[in-house]
Design a protein around this ligand. Structure first.
Ligand code: SF4
Length: 243
């Protein structure tokens, strides 16, 4: 993947990354986004994406997990030049890297691929700071100076996401967080894939309904919790990007 933009420059310290740039206090931002959430709570994802692009223009980024193509397909239909980021932990399945490239070419994505900082080598896969150094810190660097990010979070993903708003203030980064698929089910996603003939992740039909890093993702049996294969044998259910 040589023809993508890699983020450069300093890694911002922990804490909010962009609120001050909006010229609004945290309370003002929260009130604005709560009103937007109420308005958009039953809107289709493309309407939510269009609202975000109008409100934040290029001061947002879409974080794609590349588990499926649904969010990307919806977003590029609204704006083909929407900025996209893939958090490359260095530990993804080979099939995921192939899928990233497939979708990058299919949609002509404006894609940034992050990489772990040098500190990450001291924290191997699955260790306490692995996700922080391979995912959270690189995303924080990408979000520095931005005002919003778009995610693929769905309420059905996990109990910790059950009350995820469509639009709100991100508790980790202090900027707007837009979840266009918040109200969708796994069946909605599968139906959209079918109806639009989207290419599926190569592992999706091999027992991997939820796909993270290779060392910490296992296939699950039919009928099992789709996320049962993530961090198996561990109490961990989130990597720190979403709270
Ligand atoms: S998902 Fe697993 S391998 Fe990937 S960054 Fe987190 S702990 Fe490390």
């Amino acid at each position: 993947m040589t023809d993508v933009t890699r983020p450069r420059g300093r890694t911002p310290a922990e804490g909010p990354v962009g609120t001050r740039l909006m010229g609004a206090s945290h309370d003002e931002l929260a009130a604005e986004l709560a009103a937007a959430d109420a308005e958009l709570s039953t809107a289709p994802p493309s309407t939510v994406i269009a609202w975000a692009l109008e409100r934040f223009a290029r001061r947002l980024v879409l974080a794609a997990s590349f588990q499926d193509a649904v969010l990307l397909d919806l977003a590029v239909a609204v704006d083909p030049s929407v900025p996209v980021v893939f958090l490359d932990t260095g530990a993804h399945f080979p099939e995921t890297y192939a899928y990233v490239e497939l979708l990058r070419l299919r949609y002509g994505l404006d894609l940034t691929v992050t990489e772990p900082g040098p500190e990450a080598t001291a924290w191997p896969c699955g260790s306490e700071r692995c996700c922080e150094l391979r995912k959270v810190a690189p995303l924080r660097a990408v979000l520095d100076g931005r005002e919003a990010w778009i995610t693929g979070v769905k309420r059905v993903d996990a109990p910790s996401r059950a009350s995820a708003p469509v639009v709100g203030v991100d508790p980790v980064f202090g900027i707007a967080k837009v979840n266009p698929l918040a109200t969708w089910t796994d069946e909605d996603v599968a139906g959209y894939e079918r109806d639009h003939g989207l290419p599926r992740h190569p592992l999706a039909d091999r027992g991997y309904p939820s796909i993270g890093c290779a060392p910490t993702t296992r296939p699950v049996e039919s009928g099992d919790d789709p996320r049962a294969g993530r961090w198996p044998g561990s109490a961990k259910t989130e990597c720190g990007l979403h709270r």
